[in-house]
Design a protein around this ligand. Sequence first.
Ligand code: NAP
Length: 298
Amino acid sequence: MITRLTDRWIGRHAEPQLAALRAVDGLRPMTVVTGGSRGIGFALARRFAKAGRHIALVARDKPTLDRATAEIASDYPVKVLPIALDVTAIDAAERLDAELRTAGYYLETLVNNAGIGLSGPFIDHAPDEIDRLISLNITALTRLTRHALPAMLARGYGGILNVASLGGLIPGPNQAAYYASKAYVVSLTRAIAAENAGRGVRLMALAPGPVDTGFHHAMGAELSYYRQLMVALSARQVAFEAYIAYRLGTHLYVPGILGKLMQVAVWIIPHALLLPLMGWLLQRREERPWHDTDHHNT
Ligand SMILES: NC(=O)c1ccc[n+]([C@@H]2O[C@H](COP(=O)([O-])OP(=O)(O)OC[C@H]3O[C@@H](n4cnc5c(N)ncnc54)[C@H](OP(=O)(O)O)[C@@H]3O)[C@@H](O)[C@H]2O)c1
């Protein structure tokens, strides 16, 4: 009932075009989740599948993708399509469309979730590492969004859920490029949500605080104080809350009570005080002996 009302509100200015509707005639709608093979993406994919959506999981590692596909397909009576694809490839959007069309589907909902982090002082990262982060967290997400949105608007329905981070609401010393990339995701998503309000397409930035996945280990941040001191949500809890917020037409959503308190703290505490604290929380702890040794040697 509530979601039917929100559907009406979200589509209050929608102007579906016949040609756009005909273009997907005979195809079935699909929810595409980038980075859907594990972590938050996998949990979001499961949540959408639970709601009866057909799912395409996109990731690079085929065995992990196949395992995730089999698990969702065995739990929910929906089509689950694995697509082994690096979303930073220049032709990723076209390849995605082609894979869906061949299987008899079209992109109705896009979950831009694939992302990587970088931990440590900005000047310690090789330029290539920063390029890789920008090309996944910013460029690929932007390209996919730009590719998918016009067709959704022309049909007058659909949605894009961009996975940002609580880190997108504040600068993050010692994870500077990562936090900055997520600030971009929050800003882009909220801006295009405002540009297209009422045209039938849901646009939401999801901004979780720490979540228990392999993400922190992958960027060498597992020993940082934020991992020790801040309670992490499960990916499942994030997906549960995110799905409700998305259905209700929210534009920016921070899951968890602690996350919401931190969202308020970021607004009210002066950044001159907050940034040194953030830098301390995000510091890579296993790096310190190296710096100490460096100082003794010089
Ligand atoms: N974990 C957290 O605390 C946290 C908090 C806030 C926001 N987030 C954001 O949430 C998103 C998911 O994080 P997570 O913790 O679930 O990470 P994760 O467990 O490391 O999973 C990342 C997923 O992205 C896929 N991926 C990575 N590079 C890709 C590429 N180039 N092309 C296609 N797929 C790619 C991975 O599969 P392959 O490696 O096989 O490609 C995997 O499925 C990220 O955007 C992250 O920034 C995470």
